[in-house]
Design a protein around this ligand. Sequence first.
Ligand code: NI
Length: 225
Amino acid sequence: MLLHIPQVLTTQEVAEFRRRLDAADWTDGRETVGHQGAKVKRNEQLSDTSPLKAELGNAVLAALRRSPLFFAAALPRKILPPRFNRYAGGGEYGFHIDGGVMSFNDGDQLRSDVSCTLFLNDPTEYEGGRLIISDTYGEHAVVHAAGDVIIYPSRSLHRVEPDTRGVRLASFFWIQSLIRDDRQRQMLFELDSSIQKLTMEGADEAALLQLTCIYHNLLRLWSEI
Ligand code: NI
């Protein structure tokens, strides 16, 4: 499931992120990838040891905590500290698969179930630079407004097109979900969304209670903690 979550960061927050990132020290993006990724990756990142990366990453996590849609869709168990990248002057990242298990914070590990990109530029500010996600239904080209987030299953092959004009800034990170299988996670999300909608519409309370009971019992059945 590809899900667009609008306005995770406010306009003011995006402006502050941009001000800080424009003055940042950027390093070669190949610092954080394995052999296959290094062959096709041409971009820049904030170093994993950068205090600015830690500070802005915490601000991203705080913004996500304000988003019920993000929590309902991703059902996060662990979130990798967010990273930041920059594409400019033809920079790109060819088709690759992200690592299945990632290490962070000197000893923690996370299974990547859900991939997230938080856009920090509006699409009018650059050309190319679209995120292309390949799944069983073909390729999807993704670009969204500054402050918006896209989430998609980490098992998907994906790439970032060459950036041919302007600068594309983004934050990216992975989630280990309570629900490993994205088909199960999607069904829970759809059930949850339907329950929310029926609640808003004042549907029959006994039926709503039964649906809520099914949601939590499926969560109990499928979750890994
Ligand atoms: Ni990737």
